[in-house]
Structure formats: C-alpha cells, structure tokens
Design a protein around this ligand. Structure first.
Ligand SMILES: Cc1ncc(C[n+]2csc(CCOP(=O)(O)OP(=O)(O)O)c2C)c(N)n1
Length: 315
C-alpha cells in the first residue's frame, strides 16, 4: 500500500467511525426513523476490502459495511438524509438506513435478506466474464448470514463457474446474540465450498487491504472466487436498540485493545506517514453541517409514493 492509499483508507475508517457516532446521537434524540446498525471495531473489514478494488469493480454491502460505501464516494449528506427519511435522500424517504444503491459508483443496493446478495453478485461477476470485462464483484456476509441457503448456492455457483467474486466473511463474534459455536460447526472458513480461502486479522487494515488486493488479482487472472474471512468483533449491539448484555465485558475490553483505527495509525507512523492532525475536527464539522442540513430537509409528500418504484434503466 502506498502513502496516498493509506491516508485515504485511514480517512475512510475515521469517517465511518465518526459518522456512525453522529447517527447514534440522532437515534438517541429520536430523529432517525429506524435503528442504527454500527460497525464499531469492524471499520477495517469494510473499508480496506473496498479500498483494494478498482473503480470499475462493483460492491454489494450489508448494513455493517457503511465504510465501503464511503470508499465508493457516498457522502455523509446522503447517509443522513436517508436515515432521517427525507424526500431529498437517495431513496426519497422510502428507506431509513444504507439500503440504497448507486450503479454509477459501482454499488448494488444492500438488502436485509442475509445471503441474498451472494447469488446476485455471482450473477454480476458472470456478466463481467460474459462481456469480457476485467472487473470483479465483492460482497460481505456475517457468520450468521453464512448459514443461509443463498450463501451456499451463490458461492457454489461462483466456484463451479470460476467467477471473479470476492466474498468477505465477517467473523465478528455474534450473530445478534448467538455466538458462532451455537450455530455452526467449526470455523467460518470451512464454509468455502472449494473457493480459495484466506483468513486474516480483520482489525489490521493493512493486512485486510493486502489480502483483498491479492483476492482481486486472483479473480482477474480467472482463478475463480475468493472467500476472504476477516476475524473481528462487533463491539456494539446488533443495533442501537440492543444493549449487548449477553457479551462478557472482558471480551469487549480485549477487542477494544485491538481497535483497527489506532492500530492502523501506528502502522502508518512506523512508515513516517502521519494523517493531518486537523482531520477529525474537519470530518466532525462536515458531519454536523450535513446532519443539521438533513434535519431541515423536507419530508416526502404522499403524492410521490408511487413514483420511482420501477426501474427506468434501458436494457
Ligand atoms: C435470511 C435472513 N434471516 C434472518 C434475518 C434476521 N437477521 C438480521 S441480522 C441477523 C444476524 C446476522 O448475524 P451475522 O450474519 O453474523 O452478521 P452481524 O450482524 O454479526 O454483522 C439476523 C438473524 C435476515 N435479515 N435474513
């Protein structure tokens, strides 16, 4: 990773951390229309994987991968308008979290149905190959989500067809309140079905980036899909309405010491790469301005309810 990439990756992780903190404040003030599903402690897994892609590649994030959307150019303003359900937000107030896509920026909309995006992205990867395009598709899945039939169907199809698909497995300690050993035998990597599999420290942004870059290279060489398992930990509840009382506090302390942000800052410092000391303040100011503007933005009008439901894309 070069210096410029490292600085951009650090900024994306910091932006994700601070934007989610701002969203939590809005949730506690009763301003968001739904809950807030954070990625506290998992920012490296979302940001460093997406950062290793090229602009022509496509991603399909899950709700805990807001960071990957920032990497692809989604703005805090879009996120606040969306969470606050405003007419000027990406879905015009029809959704209230990161469930929106942006094909121009290579983002297929996240969905709630866990596993469903794996066959979708296998299809996207198949279309790249059929058109002879050098592009890869990437999506994410949690340890709980990897128990779905869709996960197996999609990954199996990609393995058999040798598709350029990267599935990032987020092994993050809990699926809601269920630890992995209550719902799967063995480690997440055993679910690879023959896909080339890498297991990495998901809280080490530099390592995640290198692994994702290697995965992309394999895909471009026609070697088939990669299952990139990131070992990490969800340091907040499933969402803000969940107080995580089922988690041993000692585990939280243990994982707080492995926080990906200071770890990446230390990695950068070893190379003499220092982020701008005013960065956090600048991001905070932008987040405050864009969330205040979103609070003043108009609500959707009932007469717009039936518009924008069907795609206008030409086939
Ligand atoms: C097919 C499907 N089944 C159940 C759910 C309900 N659900 C939402 S999140 C969740 C837990 C997900 O855990 P995991 O995949 O490990 O991801 P994490 O929340 O840990 O990031 C469940 C069961 C769903 N969204 N989709």
């Amino acid at each position: 990773m070069d210096r410029d990439t490292a600085l951009r990756l650090h900024e994306a992780m910091l932006l994700t951390r601070l934007a989610e903190e701002r969203l939590v404040k809005l949730f506690r003030q009763g301003k968001t229309l739904g809950s807030v599903y954070r990625s506290l402690g998992q920012e490296a897994t979302a940001c460093a994987t997406a950062m290793a892609l090229g602009p022509e590649d496509m991603i399909a994030p899950l709700i805990r991968n807001l960071g990957s959307m920032f990497v692809r150019g989604v703005t805090p303003s879009e996120i606040f308008l969306q969470y606050l359900g405003r007419a000027t937000g990406p879905s015009g107030g029809r959704e209230h979290n990161n469930h929106f896509g942006s094909v121009e920026r290579g983002i297929i909309a996240p969905t709630s149905m866990l596993g469903a995006l794996i066959p979708v992205m296998a299809g996207v990867a198949l279309s790249f190959r059929q058109r002879g395009e050098r592009r890869v598709a990437m999506t994410w899945i949690g340890d709980g989500g990897s128990s779905t039939g869709a996960f197996y169907e999609g990954l199996n199809f990609a393995v058999v067809q040798k598709l350029p698909l990267i599935v990032v497995g987020e092994s993050n300690g809990y699926a809601f309140s269920t630890p992995p050993d209550r719902q799967m035998a063995g480690r997440m990597s055993l679910r690879s079905q023959g896909a080339f599999t890498l297991t990495v420290d998901g809280n080490d942004a530099a390592v995640v980036f290198e692994a994702a870059a290697q995965a992309r290279q394999r895909c471009l060489e026609g070697k088939g899909p990669v299952f990139l398992v990131c070992e990490t930990f969800r340091r907040s509840g499933h969402a803000e309405h969940d107080d995580q009382r089922y988690v041993d506090p000692a585990l939280l302390t243990q994982w707080a010491a492995k926080d990906p942000l200071p770890r990446f800052e230390a990695w950068m410092a070893l190379r003499g790469w220092t982020p701008d000391p005013g960065l956090a303040a600048r991001i905070e100011a932008e987040l405050l301005a864009s969330s205040d503007a979103a609070l003043d933005a108009p609500w959707p009008q009932p007469d717009r309810l039936a518009t924008g439901i069907f795609s206008t894309l030409k086939t």
